[in-house]
Design a protein around this ligand. Structure first.
Ligand SMILES: *Cc1c(COP(=O)(O)O)cnc(C)c1O
Length: 408
């Protein structure tokens, strides 16, 4: 008997509200602090960088927040994202586990990032903002925001971490196609970028530095139920924490409010291990120290991650909300080195067809390890992971892995 392997929802199933986990946190999160006064930030502190509606949403304790209709209209072009059962991968691993993945690579930019980029561009637009400046690592965020800005008629400037700017030139082409201006960061375009370059001309860049440049630029220029089973374990790769939160928070809601016995695991690179090796403390989100101080697991805001191919995971900190869940013992975290990640990526591509993004392949690695553990125990286990994006613009990394020249 053949097993159904695709679970597709209708456009009418797109949720009308976002869920805000803060409403159900067993213990409140520590507030962000002002970088100068070290006092909890207030709304006014954030207004030079973000429009008021977005800051209010960030501080909200409401359980459900309505998704504006213009945002839902754009989502409908690629959402609901499909859920697949990786039947061929299960066979290849000869495991009794059932492996499911939600595929976010169907968006025009190729990852989950337009889900928030479209909303952020919309709120900026209705707040009268004409131009956005942002940072990007591998270029997934920059291309998502470039596309979203284009849809709402906003200008977009992107500071792209230099190592990725060189490794992934076609991401830059995508941003250009969507009308954005792209600079390799550290750049000569900002005072902070010039300072970094003067001290270290060969600096490969980092997300922290690119965020500092984008802030300077900004302030100075005015359902699994369809599959008939529920997951025992939910996995997501974690760089900043957004796609991990996206796949896991609906299950966290069930865990907190209904006692659902689900394990939730974040997967990170062993070369940039903010949860597994970082410290829980207040730290800046950027390298220059311009953002509010946030209570999070961090490797230090001046940590320079090695130039791995998973540009989207080269970040020194972890989202405060994800950090808080980890502190409370509500989620687990694991890490894996780059070659183990690509081994999993190639196994997946050869059984499922889709060539995964290097970032997403961290979740695949953990899913395969869970499936192999289930096999060793001789027990069934339902595994769900988020395939946060495709790897069609990361092919140089595949070349390096297949040629045997990849390090780490
Ligand atoms: C950016 C990116 C990530 C990491 O970002 P999160 O905020 O941790 O989700 C993961 N996967 C892909 C494909 C990305 O582009």
């Amino acid at each position: 008997m053949s097993v159904p392997s695709a679970f597709l929802l209708q456009a009418s199933d797109i949720p009308t509200h976002w869920y805000n986990l803060n409403a159900d946190m067993p213990e409140p999160m520590a507030p962000p602090l002002h970088p100068g006064t070290k006092q909890p930030v207030c709304l006014e502190d954030m207004l030079p960088i973000f429009p008021e509606v977005l800051v209010q949403q960030e501080m909200s304790q409401e359980r459900w927040i309505e998704i504006p209709e213009p945002v839902r209209d754009i989502y409908a072009a690629w959402r609901p994202a499909p859920l697949y059962r990786a039947v061929r991968l299960e066979k290849a691993l000869d495991t009794p586990a059932h492996i499911y993945y939600k595929y976010e690579g169907v968006s025009p930019a190729g990852s989950h990032k337009p889900n928030t980029a479209v909303a952020q561009a919309y709120y900026n637009k209705i707040s009268g903002i004409k131009r956005l400046a942002t940072e990007t690592g591998a270029g997934q965020w920059g291309s998502s925001l470039a596309m979203a800005c284009q849809m709402f008629g906003l200008e977009c400037t992107v500071y792209m971490v230099k190592v990725s700017f060189t490794q992934k030139p076609y991401r830059k082409s995508m941003m250009g196609a969507w009308g954005a201006n792209v600079f390799a960061s550290p750049s000569e375009n900002t005072a902070y970028g010039r300072k970094v370059l003067a001290e270290s001309p060969d600096c490969p860049g980092s997300l922290g530095i690119a965020i500092s440049e984008a802030i300077e630029d900004t302030v100075s220029t005015p359902g699994t139920e369809m599959a008939g089973e529920m997951p025992d374990v939910v996995l997501g790769c974690a760089g900043g924490g957004s796609n991990f939160a996206g796949i896991s928070v609906p299950f966290m809601y069930k865990k907190l409010t209904e006692g659902m016995p689900v394990r939730i695991v974040a997967v990170e690179p062993s070369s940039c291990p903010s949860l597994t090796k970082g410290e829980l403390r207040y730290d800046f989100g950027d390298t220059a120290g311009m953002t509010p101080l946030m209570m999070m697991y961090t490797l230090g805001h001046d940590f320079m991650p090695p130039s791995i191919h998973s540009g989207g995971l080269r970040y020194h900190g972890m989202a405060p909300m994800v950090s808080h869940l980890y502190k409370l013992g509500l989620i687990e975290a694991v890490s894996a080195p780059q070659t183990a990640i690509f081994e999993a990526a190639v196994t997946f591509a050869r059984s499922e067809g889709i060539i995964p993004a290097p970032e997403s392949s961290h979740a695949i690695r953990a899913a395969i390890d869970e499936a192999l553990a289930a096999k060793a125990e001789g027990k069934q286990r339902n595994i769900l992971f988020n395939l946060s994006g495709n790897g069609y613009l990361d092919l140089a990394a595949y070349d390096s892995y297949l040629a045997g020249s990849m390090k780490g």
